[in-house]
Design a binder for this molecule. Structure first.
Ligand code: ADP
Length: 455
């Protein structure tokens, strides 16, 4: 069922039940009042007749009948019967019609003094009347024509009012629900035209005030992020293919060279060693790409544990120096805090080691003295590790770009590398809710600082 119809239906059901409840209350309260009122009138009538009978001793019964029938207050189909102490009928306001009553009713009236009941369609009251030493029982019955007519009119008015009210509610419900949901229909139509090819398209945000405008604003923000992610993915794929093609092309030309003519053993050896280094390069590149893809994927599953940053730095240094013994890593312990907890962060040791290793490797690689200067320090909230070198440095406009995948500064030509390491570092630090920054001067050196919240 459409939301519009559902809202209209729910709204109508609520209004209909309220109207119905009110109508029933009004109807039954009026009916009760009218019945009670009529019983009161019947009682008055009964007492008046009895009074006449007793006080005017010799009253002519025929005259009383005529008075009974012709008074202004005469009720429709009115009958009054008066019984003496022995339950003998001593007066009846009508001759031909009789009230249907049970003898036991008279006893009940004597016992209870007043009884209200029904005789067919007519209301009937019985009252015990004591005056002048006489104990009479009077039964009076009549049909409440005015009251019944009023009730009939009320019923008619309520039923039609109710039907009209419900009909109107359904109509208005559908109309207003449709009006309020129309912007959603419009948004739906706009969304259905958005595909991966036209992610630049945006939804109409109206005046950005109501909830639906806010929905459009948020949806546009999501579209913006999607567009950016698509763009990054596109450039990543094109860069990755480019990087993979270069060593593959070089592999191919080495192989062609080997096949073109017969070579001596030394030349073959030369070609094979070139092939090996190109293959190593390819393996290194694919490993980095794989790693980057995995760290992007496994954001939520990364296991976190307390990690000692001094420990991480030492592990990274050992790993770097065992792979590249010509490099040097120097520590400056000046800022190292006394307490170990200040240098303990919550994270993944393996990933953090990879970051520090990469920064040390770069510092050594891009400096003539192949030396990285490392410092660890803390402030109120974070623990920081800085890796400084006195190498080739970076032009100011490059400092932001080097964190993009595959971006290499102009002065890095001639140095080995793919331009992926720093983007992996940044990704890892972001996963740890930290930040990585760089300060650098072209030709003078660079300093990379990693900030992580300590425990
Ligand atoms: P790679 O070093 O493999 O090229 P990275 O992602 O680690 O890839 O670095 C990206 C680029 O940032 C490098 O190509 C280089 O231009 C620049 N860079 C990184 N570290 C330094 C540094 N310590 N000194 C100067 N330039 C650096």
């Amino acid at each position: 069922m459409k939301i519009r119809n559902r809202i209209a239906l729910q709204f109508s059901l609520i209004v209909a039940s309220i109207l119905l409840t009110f109508s029933l209350i009004i109807y039954f309260t009026t009916a009760t009042f009218s019945r009670e009122d009529f019983y009161e009138r019947l009682k008055k009538k009964a007492r008046t007749t009895a009074r006449f009978l007793i006080q005017v001793n010799e009253v002519d019964q025929n005259l009383l009948k005529i008075i009974d029938r012709n008074t202004l207050t005469a009720l429709y189909d009115e009958k009054v019967l008066v019984f003496d102490e022995q339950n003998r009928l001593i007066y009846a306001s009508v001759d031909d019609q009789i009230i249907h009553y049970q003898r036991s009713l008279l006893d009940e009236v004597r016992q209870q003094k007043e009884v209200e009941t029904w005789s067919d369609e007519n209301q009937l009251v019985g009252i015990a009347y004591e005056e002048g030493g006489r104990n009479l029982v009077i039964l009076a019955s009549a049909y409440d024509r005015v009251g019944r007519n009023k009730q009939k009119n009320l019923r008619f008015t309520l039923i039609w009012g109710l039907a009209g009210g419900i009909g109107l509610t359904i109509g208005l419900g559908i109309f207003f629900a449709g009006q309020s949901l129309r912007p959603i229909d419009e948004i739906n139509t706009q969304i259905s035209t958005i595909t991966a090819r036209n992610l630049r398209q945006r939804l109409d945000e109206g005046d950005r005030r109501d909830e639906i405008d806010q929905l459009a604003v948020n949806f546009n923000a999501v579209l913006g992020r999607l567009e950016q992610a698509f763009e990054q993915q596109r450039s990543f794929v094109s860069h990755a293919s480019h990087e993979l093609r270069t060593p593959l092309a070089s592999l191919k030309s080495e192989l062609q060279l080997g096949l073109r003519r017969r070579l001596d053993a030394a030349e073959y050896e030369d070609i094979l060693s070139n092939l090996l280094s190109d293959t190593d390069r390819l393996i290194g590149l694919t490993n980095s790409l794989l790693f980057l893809a995995r760290t992007l994927e496994n954001i939520s599953q990364m296991p976190l544990a307390p990690v000692q940053m001094e420990e991480v730095v030492l592990l990274a240094r050992d790993e770097l120096l065992s792979a590249k013994p010509q490099y040097r890593v120097e520590f400056d312990y000046d800022n190292l805090p006394q307490s170990e907890t200040e240098t303990t962060v919550s994270g993944n040791e393996e990933l953090l080691k990879r970051v520090i290793l990469n920064l040390m490797d770069n510092a050594c690689k891009y400096s003539a003295d192949h030396t990285a200067h490392v410092r660890i320090g803390t402030d109120d909230r974070s623990c920081w590790v800085s890796v400084r070198d006195q190498g080739i440095g970076l032009a100011p406009e490059e400092t932001e770009l080097i964190f993009e995948p595959f971006h290499r500064a102009a002065n890095a030509v001639g140095y080995e590398g793919f331009g992926i390491g720093l983007s992996i570092c940044q990704r890892i630090i972001e996963l740890h809710q930290g930040r990585i920054s760089v300060e650098s001067r072209l030709g003078e050196g660079s300093q990379f600082v990693v900030h992580l919240n300590h425990l």
